[in-house]
Design a binder for this molecule. Sequence first.
Ligand SMILES: Nc1ncnc2c1ncn2[C@@H]1O[C@H](COP(=O)(O)OP(=O)(O)O)[C@@H](O)[C@H]1O
Ligand SMILES: [Mg+2]
Length: 272
Amino acid sequence: MTAAPPYYLPLSDEVAVFEAAYQARLPVLLKGPTGCGKTRFVEYMTWRLYRGSESDRRRNIDPALITVTCHEDLTGTDLVGRYLLRGDETVWMDGPLTRAVRTGAISYLDEIVEARKDTTVIIHSLTDHRRMLPIEKTAELIEAHPDFLLVISYNPGYQGLLKDLKPSTRQRFVAIAFDYPDEEREATIIAHESGVDDETAERLAVIGAKTRNLSEQGFEEGVSTRLLTYAGALIRGGVDARRACEIAVVNAVSDDTTVQKAVADIVDVVLP
Ligand SMILES: Nc1ncnc2c1ncn2[C@@H]1O[C@H](COP(=O)(O)OP(=O)(O)O)[C@@H](O)[C@H]1O
Ligand SMILES: [Mg+2]
């Protein structure tokens, strides 16, 4: 028996677009603010394309999703693999990217701009028609498994132009843009994820929408859907709604007291 699919509420045509991209094995870039559902979407699509798939071969690939959260110390070796000393033997250990390339999993490189530039170059040969991964240390050139797909994510708002994807990398991907859901859908998500009643979920969604209009206060992104579901979870756990928003929303969203004050004012107005 296959486990139930992860919960994902589609916001637009992203499910059909991703399926088409997968059919053509086009590498996919998911861009959008933090906590808006990119990771959940990849988990859901992986379920659809592998666990729920017609293809026996694909259903048997395990794990079907191999995620790497990129950071500034991430090296090419971390992705591709390394020699390890085992007793008096050196053995080659595939890294997460190589494993996905060999087995036909989806490789999800989350927050790709955080990785060093020399790391990003490694993925280039996987993104064109060759679908090859060169492993320098073993002098191997591996051809990607036919089911392999490369997916990367990035948050364009974050750190502005300081950290941007190089055009030579960006232009290798079809880009699906994500944003926070509209109020109605966000309320549905909050209610589902946290278990709060519909009215509470709607109020939390209103708080989210209003904070996203605060950009004039130097507040770039607003409260994420993730934080709103956390507020819901605290309320569900018996914490008073105002206190829950203070903890999960006001304090969590920024350290800037002006921003905190502005968000607190919104919470004050929206909650009964
Ligand atoms: N469209 C959606 N459907 C279901 N859950 C969502 C959706 N968008 C956001 N969420 C909720 O918000 C949380 C954060 O989303 P996540 O995918 O981790 O964000 P991102 O990867 O964009 O930072 C998820 O764990 C889920 O609870
Ligand atoms: Mg994520």
